[in-house]
Design a protein around this ligand. Structure first.
Ligand code: PGA
Length: 220
């Protein structure tokens, strides 16, 4: 069971408040070092496919590794929506990061209109077609309509999507999209839900700890 907190472009909690928690944190770049030094399992929110070069605003896998960062998110829907991330760039980032020795959480998920028009499986098939299984690759199923909206997929919807994803690519699959302390247990209880990628609720230490505890109870 893997719980990861995506702080997005928020400062986030004090790393010391999370010490000892069995969870991944994905802080903004400016706090990576602090999180690493506090002993947290620390991931970046993005990673470029070249190791260096004229790519203003990007960061490379060797640079992250030098800081002690263990992995990176790739292909978050906000990258896809606002920053021109495509299936092809997701594939390049993922491949380069894994080759360099980072762990990767690659995100997939359908838009509301795609779900409503029955396109969910086609979208997931397309997004996953560029990825290959790797021991350090974890997927996150994040229906875009559930991110930051307070709308959560029901545990049954999550289970159905996760089982479909696993039929295409053999990897652990985290659920993301408005995971909160009060809905985490139901989602994590599903057989193919291997953890959660938590946005908003990871900014609040108490909620994030409660989600980690729900995961702990599901494990046992
Ligand atoms: P949310 O974000 O939990 O705030 O919906 C999840 C994510 O974007 O990873």
């Amino acid at each position: 069971m893997i719980i990861a907190g995506n702080w997005k472009m928020f400062r986030g909690p004090e790393p010391s408040a999370l010490a000892g928690l069995d969870a991944i944190v994905c802080p903004p770049y400016t706090r990576l070092r602090e999180c690493v030094e506090a002993g947290l399992m620390t991931y970046a929110q993005n990673v470029h496919w070249e190791s260096e070069g004229a790519y203003t605003g990007e960061i490379s896998a060797p640079m992250l590794l030098e800081l002690g960062v263990a992995g990176s998110l790739v292909g978050h829907s906000e990258r896809r929506q606002y920053f021109g991330e495509t299936d092809e760039t997701v594939a390049k980032r993922t491949r380069a990061a894994l080759t360099a020795g980072l762990k990767v959480i690659a995100c997939v998920g359908e838009l509301r209109a795609e779900r409503e028009s029955g396109e969910t499986e086609n979208v997931l098939r397309r997004q996953l077609s560029v990825l290959e299984p790797h021991p350090n690759l974890v997927l996150a199923y994040e229906p875009v309509w559930a991110i930051g909206t307070g709308l959560t997929a029901t545990p049954e919807m999550a289970q159905e999507a996760h089982a479909f994803i696993k039929s295409l690519l053999d990897a652990p699959v985290l659920y993301g999209g408005s995971v909160k302390a009060d809905n985490a247990a139901g989602l994590l209880a599903q057989p193919d839900v291997d953890g959660a990628l938590v946005g908003g609720a990871s900014l609040d230490v108490e909620s994030f700890k409660a989600i980690c505890q729900a995961a702990e109870r599901t494990r046992s």
